[in-house]
Design a binder for this molecule. Structure first.
Ligand code: BES
Ligand code: ZN
Length: 644
């Protein structure tokens, strides 16, 4: 109960308990957790004193200057007697802050803290605004409205693409990536996942471009008569601010089902729509598993390949890399994943980033259940096996005792990478599922989402909830589950449930045959699932000769595959073996694709190859760096160094 003790003054509307199949209304103002474990050291905000409950943006997109500018009107709920509100900001140029009457308010931009140099992880600058006197007749519970007039140049969250970086080649493009702490580079608000906010926006842009956001569209844009149009959006459910997202470009919409659809550039829309045609069925499957989809529409946008992630779960508008389009729906686990975040992440949100397994681990488990429902057990098991192998690879790499292999990752923990919070997180839930049985487990997980809908959560809360509603005092079960060990311990607990490796029996035999006598499985290759082909490429001997690689490529058509996960594994293997013909292939790939998961490892492999690979990495990066999103640039800078 301690964790749910929300400061009473923010509880303007209570969330009613779900009844039957009725979808409970989202509260207008979501509570803030006050427990020590819910504190977010990545934000300057002091929400227990004053917190933002609503953001109204009115912004212009300037593609000449790579700049957004305009106003943000914030609703601030301040405790009686509190005279200032602290916001997050990173590189924003603040022109003025005014109150409801238009009167100037005093504000101060604090000292900048570099994300890298601070062990506290703080990022950007605190923007402290003196609230001044409350308007005549205002009640303590009334929000104070402050208007911030500002601009953001070259914000890290925003990527301004040149026409050459788009499929159409004619118009520029803008996309944003807010998670984890980037939205403060273009929106002055309290940028913490535990401080949920409703929001609305009016965005003006050149008339050739269409704007979408992670909120409900206000309908047809308004023609402004000056070559620009104004688009409006609103999100009436309180969301974590990292989930506010925008994209603008020459894009069109294609309906998939009654509440699903996809946006992309015209040149890509047929391929995009075909690849995501199972989305409506996925939403239904997800609802059958874990309760109603509470966000209304589920649309997606397939972005240009410069997008730094595979996908981002922006509410009602999932952002997707085009690199998941393989032509055969073999990589649509990505869509299942981002959809699952509509529950784990967007509905129930990690209160801070030390518990991001609550977002990503739970989602990875949920993703696999959707894949099982839509594509069957075999594909789901194979994908779970690939994920499981990644955990074991990580543990072999960093050691089973490394602090970064725990699910809960306190500040200062050297993260062991995504295989832990994603795949170990999923393995934990899969283990619980197998111990208590699927039916009981599913009922519990569904009820967890219901109980914590539109609220932040911590690891401790999940454990307490599991004990109260699943273990229910059963000592033997408690012992079997090893809950504490799973969340706070390193490595893999000995009760871990392993996906059935026989799902890969055939491909594992083929790997053996290749290793022993260089037998290439050219017959089976085309019949294999993508997961099987990835397993094969993943498990090939690390050292291969140029002749071996040439023979593999000739027989299996690796360099010209349209499946980017497979292409990536091929390039990684080939470059690790200093295979010259792969260099121009990698260069083409790295010049187009900005997805960090592919880009960083390819540069890392080259950098590992001493006097052969390092000059290649540096030469390519000097050319491609400026085309990458700040996220990708940051990741590759740490591997290659900054050019020049
Ligand atoms: N929310 C993440 C992306 C993210 C994580 C952005 C952490 C910033 C910080 C998204 O849902 C995700 O996990 N994407 C994966 C998808 C994959 C696991 C299916 C990706 O981008 O590869
Ligand atoms: Zn995710």
């Amino acid at each position: 109960m301690r964790f749910l003790a929300a400061a009473a003054f923010v509880l303007l509307a209570a969330c009613s308990a779900p009844e039957g199949d009725a979808v409970p209304e989202a509260p207008a103002v979501a509570p803030i957790l006050t427990g020590e474990d819910a504190k977010d050291v990545y934000s300057f905000a002091r929400p227990e004193e004053a917190r933002v409950s609503h953001v109204a943006l009115d912004l212009d997109l300037d593609f000449e200057r790579n700049r957004v500018s305009g106003t943000a009107v914030l609703d601030v709920l301040a405790k009686p007697g509190v005279e200032e509100v602290v916001l997050d900001s990173d590189g924003l140029v603040i022109e003025s802050v005014t109150d409801e009457a238009g009167k100037d308010l005093t504000f101060e931009l604090g000292k900048a803290v570099e994300s890298e140099s601070s062990d506290e992880g703080l990022h950007g600058q605190p923007l402290t605004v003196k609230l001044g006197a409350a308007p005549e007749g205002a009640k303590d519970s009334d929000p104070r409205k402050i208007t911030i007039t500002y601009s953001a140049d070259d914000a890290d969250a925003l990527q301004w693409l040149t026409p050459e970086q788009t499929a159409g080649g004619k118009h520029p493009y803008l996309l944003s990536q807010g998670q984890a702490t980037l939205n403060r580079t273009w929106i002055p608000t309290q940028d913490s996942p535990g401080i949920r906010q409703t929001w609305e926006a009016r965005i003006t842009a050149p008339e050739e471009l269409t704007v979408v956001m992670s909120g409900l569209s206000g309908g047809k844009p308004e023609e402004l008569g000056d070559g620009r149009r104004a688009f409006t959006f609103s999100m009436d459910k309180p969301v974590a601010p990292y989930l506010i997202a925008i994209a603008a470009g020459d894009i069109v919409f294609r309906e998939i089902g009654p509440r699903t659809g996809v946006w992309s550039e015209p040149a890509m829309i047929d391929a995009a729509a075909a690849e995501v045609e199972d989305t409506e069925a996925m939403v239904k499957a997800a609802e059958e598993l874990y309760g109603p989809y509470r966000w209304g529409r589920y649309d997606m946008i397939v972005l240009p390949p410069a997008f730094p992630y595979g996908g981002m779960e922006n509410p009602v508008m999932t952002f997707l890399t085009p690199t998941f389009i393989a032509g055969d729906k073999s990589l649509t686990g990505l869509v299942a994943h981002e959809l699952a975040h509509s529950w784990s992440g967007n509905l129930v949100t990690n209160a801070n980033w030390t518990d991001s397994w609550l977002n990503e681990g739970v989602t990875s488990y949920f993703e696999n259940r959707i894949v099982e429902a839509i594509y069957g057990k075999k594909r789901a098991t194979q994908e779970a096996l690939l994920d499981f192998a990644a955990i074991e690879e990580t543990l072999a790499d960093v050691g089973e005792d490394a602090a970064g292999t725990a699910l809960h990752q306190p500040i200062g923990t050297d993260s062991a990478g995504s295989a832990i919070i994603y795949n170990k997180g999923a393995a934990f839930l899969r283990t619980v599922e197998h111990i208590v049985g699927r039916e009981k487990f599913d009922a519990w997980l569904r009820s967890w989402f219901d109980r914590h809908a539109f609220q932040p959560a911590t690891s401790a809360m999940l454990l307490a909830d599991m004990r109260e509603n699943l273990v229910k005092g059963d000592k033997e079960l408690e012992e079997k589950l090893q809950l504490e060990e799973w969340i706070y311990g390193t490595g893999l607990p000995d009760n871990v449930w392993r996906p059935d490796a026989s799902a890969f029996a055939e491909v594992d035999a083929a790997v053996g045959a290749y290793t022993d006598k260089r037998a290439i499985p050219n017959k089976s290759w085309t019949e294999w699932t993508s997961a099987e082909r990835q397993r094969f490429l993943d498990n090939l001997p690390a050292k291969l000769s140029a002749e071996d690689l040439a023979a593999l490529d000739t027989a299996l058509g690796l360099a010209k595959t349209g499946n980017n996960e497979e292409l990536f594994l091929w390039l990684e293997l080939a470059l690790a073996n200093r295979y010259e013909p792969a260099v121009p292939q990698a260069e083409t790939f790295l010049s187009k694709v900005g997805r960090t998961k592919f880009v960083r490892p390819l540069f890392a492999v080259l950098m590992d190859q001493g006097s052969w690979g390092q000059p290649i990495a540096k030469r390519i990066y000097a050319k491609t760096r400026s085309s990458y999103h700040a996220v990708t640039r940051g990741a590759v800078d740490r591997v290659v160094g900054q050019p020049g």
